[in-house]
Design a protein around this ligand. Structure first.
Ligand SMILES: NC(=O)c1ccc[n+]([C@@H]2O[C@H](COP(=O)([O-])OP(=O)(O)OC[C@H]3O[C@@H](n4cnc5c(N)ncnc54)[C@H](OP(=O)(O)O)[C@@H]3O)[C@@H](O)[C@H]2O)c1
Ligand SMILES: C[C@@H]1O[C@H](OP(=O)(O)OP(=O)(O)OC[C@H]2O[C@@H](n3cnc4c(=O)[nH]c(N)nc43)[C@H](O)[C@@H]2O)[C@@H](O)[C@H](O)[C@@H]1O
Length: 313
């Protein structure tokens, strides 16, 4: 990517899009096209077609999506399927029509079968049944992977897909009904500490295992892969290590400084028992994460405190 190349970051106000924007600026890129969902609703096919025809971006990071934690995915199943399919279909097809030089589609580790062997190798895609709570979202993400693969095969487009593991960091969503586990824990422990509560209630049994990558690490990987990866097969992005949700809770509790008890609400779903990424392909390409989990949680908590008034709560 040339330093003055015209870059469109779809979803630049979200956690991932804003991290990619910061990383590109840090690396000296200057020419961005940025639109909020109010300015350009990516579900609207004609609006997206007009935008690409007028702006002619050269590079596209597709980080706009309907995103949420386990309960949001399970509750708004139709919304997650319809909106994600619409957004990605419109952006990927318009990128083809308007001869975008390169596009990156962001998927998620939930594309893998629920009971796939661990760690998850890229070749395990479509080898078994998906986790029930996020099947519609995962189906949309798999369709996005196949869009990029098919546009490359049929039309020769340089469209790549990256599959990030569970993420956290600045600009995360802290709405307790819709968020992922990390922002939920940060907010719950913080508010319980301030209120002097004796216990915090968390979801499920605490036994599932999850891998966590800081959004700034992901953004660095995305810029690296945009510049160094042009293969048909998608690529996993993660740390290669995971923790139980109980272990995560203990670490977040320590960082936030909450000293009370944990209550596990087992009426809430656990989701996939484990989804640890195999990151050997990414490491072989020359990229490795740098932010350790406890350090990353401290950074995220700091950001939560500083930007509390403007966060999605
Ligand atoms: N968070 C995770 O743990 C995680 C893990 C793996 C993969 N990912 C992937 O990373 C990508 C970004 O996720 P994120 O966590 O950054 O989500 P996020 O913070 O919720 O940001 C999503 C962004 O998408 C934009 N958007 C949503 N609907 C839109 C629409 N109809 N038109 C235009 N823009 C729209 C929103 O723009 P406005 O702010 O302007 O409304 C928002 O800023 C997604 O593809 C997600 O699947 C996330
Ligand atoms: C990355 C995303 O991961 C999502 O799966 P997934 O890791 O289970 O999503 P999370 O919502 O992060 O939940 C991870 C684990 O943490 C538990 N958990 C404990 N307390 C809480 C809490 O207060 N809030 C939340 N949200 N969880 C909590 C939850 O039951 C689950 O076992 C998928 O639904 C998406 O499709 C996407 O792939």
């Amino acid at each position: 990517m040339e330093k003055d190349a015209k870059i469109y970051i779809a979803g630049h106000r979200g956690m991932v899009g804003s991290a990619i924007h910061r990383k590109l600026q840090e690396k000296g890129f200057t020419n961005f096209v940025l639109k909020t969902s109010k300015e350009l609703d990516l579900r609207n096919q004609q609006a997206v077609a007009d935008f690409f025809e007028n702006e002619k971006p050269e590079y596209v990071f597709l980080a706009a999506a309907k995103v949420g934690g386990i309960i949001a995915n399970n509750t708004y199943r139709a919304v997650f399927l319809y909106e994600n399919l619409s957004i990605q279909n419109n952006v990927i097809h318009s990128s083809f029509v308007n001869k975008v030089k390169k596009l990156m589609f962001l998927g998620s580790s939930c594309i893998y079968p629920k009971l796939a062997p661990q760690p998850l190798k890229e070749e395990y895609l479509l080898t078994g049944l998906l986790e029930e709570t996020n099947e519609p979202y995962a189906i949309a993400k798999i369709a996005g992977i196949k869009m990029c693969e098919s546009y490359r095969k049929q039309y020769g487009c340089d469209f790549i897909s990256v599959m990030p593991t569970n993420l956290y960091g600045p600009n995360d969503n802290y709405d307790l009904q819709k968020s992922h586990v990390m922002p939920a824990m940060i907010r719950k422990f913080h508010e319980a500490k301030l209120a002097g509560n004796e216990a915090v209630t968390l979801w499920g049994t605490g036994s599932p295992m999850r891998e966590f990558l800081h959004a700034d690490d992901l953004a660095e990987a995305c810029v690296f892969l945009m510049e160094n990866y042009s293969e048909e097969e998608f690529i996993n992005v993660g740390t290669g290590t995971d923790v139980t949700i109980k272990e995560l809770a203990e670490t977040v509790k320590k960082v936030v400084g909450f000293t009370g008890e944990l209550i596990w609400d087992t009426a809430k779903p656990d989701g996939t028992p484990r989804k640890l990424m195999d990151v050997s392909k990414l490491h072989a390409k020359g990229w490795k994460h740098t932010i350790a989990l406890e350090q990353g949680i401290a950074l995220a908590y700091q950001d939560f405190l500083v930007h509390h008034d403007t966060l999605r709560l």
